[in-house]
Write a protein that binds this ligand. Structure first.
Ligand SMILES: [Zn+2]
Length: 74
C-alpha cells in the first residue's frame, strides 16, 4: 500500500483523531489509521470513520478531559 499524495510507504499506527464539533475540540485517542511515513497523511478506513462518528454523535462519556490552549498568530 502506498500514499496517494506522495507515493510514500504506509504503516498502520494508532493516532489521535481531532475534530472541531459543537464549538469545542474533540480528541479520540488510539485510533487505528494508515499513516504515510513520508508526508504524515493519515488515512482512515470507512469502518473506523463510522465508529468515530458513532462515538462522537452518541456523546459517550469521555475517558478524560483536557484543556486545549489556542493561540492567535497575529
Ligand atoms: Zn505521503
Amino acid at each position: 500500500m502506498k500514499c496517494d499524495l506522495c507515493g510514500g510507504k504506509i504503516a498502520r499506527q494508532l493516532v489521535s483523531y481531532t475534530l472541531f464539533y459543537e464549538g469545542q475540540w474533540i480528541i479520540v485517542d488510539h485510533v487505528p489509521a494508515n499513516v504515510c511515513l513520508q508526508c504524515g497523511e493519515k488515512l482512515f478506513e470507512p469502518g473506523t470513520v463510522e465508529h468515530l462518528q458513532k462515538i462522537i454523535w452518541e456523546h459517550h462519556k469521555p475517558a478524560k478531559k483536557i484543556e486545549t490552549p489556542v493561540y492567535e498568530y497575529a
